[in-house]
Design a protein around this ligand. Sequence first.
Ligand SMILES: O=C(O)CCC(=O)C(=O)O
Length: 250
Amino acid sequence: MVRRLLKGFPPAETRGPYTGIHTNGDKGLIDDGSDRITFVDEKIEFFHFHPTCQAETITSVSSSFTVVPNMITEAEEEMLMKEVEPHLKRLKYEFDHWDDAIHGFREIERSRWSQQVSSILGRIRTTAFPDSCQQLPQTHVLDLAKSGVIKPHVDSVRFCGNIISGLCLLSDAVMRLRHVELKDQVVDVLVKRRSLYIMRDEARYNFTHEILGEEESFFCGEAVERGRRVSVISRNQPTEESPVDSATQS
Ligand SMILES: O=C(O)CCC(=O)C(=O)O
């Protein structure tokens, strides 16, 4: 699944306009009167813009990448793990292919959940996706061993639309974003245990993302202890406006 999702990257001119969830730059929750509650994060706390970053990078990443700390409680994390663990445990971590985008992982996809977990996932989906958006029915659960890494990649535009959300379980981690053309434009994002990240539009298409290995896990110079990490990832369907994956077009 993950390997299918990681291939391909569209040229800039084929990418659609920005259509993500907008934030107003303040901290806190925005209640717009609908069922959706938009969390506006304290960006400064989760983003480390490397000194070479241009103002454009700061604006672009700040407006298209959101971190919601403590999206779930410890009890909810336990509930989620209890539900996925038996399925993950049947699989072995894959370590052998060093050139693959991901090393030291096992993964499942699920669309059927207990009522309690469905309600947690529903909350996540309401936070991450606009009502109008067609979500992929399957939730992707990616279990990264303590020594596992996810190398820089852009998720395939063929299988996934403009929004990717990830709920982080069991361990803090550092996600690194790097502009696909301007390689010195690097932003580290602290994705803490039980937080939700939402990556959309510019962050999703114009930057590679990776999860740093345990030896490289530093945020603003401070070591971030990386253990086994499980992410629960939701995505939306590509639409007609989605960029075309020229690399996989026949
Ligand atoms: O584990 C994560 O949060 C990131 C997963 C990822 O990079 C992917 O599925 O493309």
